[in-house]
Design a protein around this ligand. Structure first.
Ligand code: NAP
Length: 277
């Protein structure tokens, strides 16, 4: 697979590391990164070709990965306008819709969009993936290979589901960190020093999530198995129920999905941006 990354930041590095770790050849990969200081790290770490701007060689690929910040997308697409032929273009930018990318590329349709999450930086991400219906099986496979380099994937039937993926798994690591912080703070209040509170909390999260991932039982059954009648866990869960924590979480996630739709609307606007209308 020959891949050109537009943008050589954190996500591009995670994807390059994952792909090379899976046996893809660095000679098939290139990075277009305007910040020349990053080139030395990228070429030393991964052995890939780096250029500051799109040139003829960088278009000699079968897949283009758009790994720039959403606000940088329109400008980053300008040099590709009218130059793409058969390459699959995969965007990992949060919020930007395929219709907007297509318009900024002059109607190009061989497009896919992914929403990864930060555990991708250690190869443990999960990405929602959506491709334009015109993308064939080989194009879909290429998109899958790129995102599988940093974790698992879930194909979506409808692009609007990306906003829900953003609200669940995109923002999800922050929800988990929030819960970890709260449990760790409670451990401190119960008298543990910082290292002990951290150890007890982290090992509990790691152990519980691994048990849940490996178990054939439902999460609800696993929870009930820890909750004996009249016991300590039941006391905590009753208190959570009185506070309505589950409903609050659902409401927060709904707010995240709504914000995703709003950001998609504003990021896709042409007003104020330069380049093609
Ligand atoms: N990090 C995550 O876990 C994560 C999760 C989900 C989605 N994403 C998405 O992934 C995308 C990349 O995120 P990131 O964390 O890798 O961002 P990042 O570290 O800022 O990387 C973006 C890179 O693109 C470069 N760039 C800017 N304009 C460019 C242009 N016109 N042509 C080529 N390259 C250009 C930037 O250079 P300068 O620094 O010089 O501007 C920067 O090095 C974002 O859209 C984000 O929404 C990231």
């Amino acid at each position: 697979m020959r891949i050109t990354f537009i943008g050589g930041g954190n996500m591009a590095k995670a994807l390059l590391g994952g792909l090379i770790g899976q046996g893809y050849s660095p000679s098939g990969m290139q990075v277009v990164e305007p910040f020349a200081e990053l080139h030395e790290t990228l070429s030393q770490q991964f052995g890939v070709r780096c250029v500051t701007a799109v040139d003829a060689s960088s278009l000699l690929c079968d897949t283009v990965v758009l790994a720039v910040k959403p606000q940088q997308m329109r400008e980053a697409l300008t040099p590709l306008y009218g130059k793409l032929e058969q390459q699959l273009v995969v965007s990992i930018a949060a919020g930007i819709r395929l219709a907007d990318i297509s318009r900024w590329l002059g109607g190009y349709l061989r497009l896919a969009r992914a929403m990864p999450n930060t555990p991708a930086l250690i190869g443990k991400g999960v990405s929602g993936l959506f491709a334009d219906p015109s993308v064939d099986q080989s194009g879909r496979l290429n998109a899958e290979r790129v995102l599988n380099a940093v974790g698992s994937i879930l194909w979506l039937q409808d692009e609007a589901q990306i906003d829900a993926v953003t609200a669940i798994s995109g923002s999800g690591p922050a929800y988990v960190f929030y819960f970890i912080e709260a449990v760790e703070a409670a451990a401190r209040q119960l008298g543990f020093d910082e290292p002990a509170a951290r150890k007890l909390t982290m090992e509990t999260f790691l152990g519980a999530t691994q048990l849940a991932a490996q178990s054939a039982e439902s999460i609800s059954t696993l929870r009930q198995q820890v909750t004996s009648k009249g016991g300590t866990t039941e006391a905590a869960l009753k208190s959570f129920a009185v506070s309505g924590i589950a409903a609050e979480i659902a409401q927060g996630i709904e707010a995240a999905a709504l914000r995703g739709r709003e950001l998609g609307d504003s990021l896709g606007r042409d007003a104020g941006a330069s380049g093609h209308a």
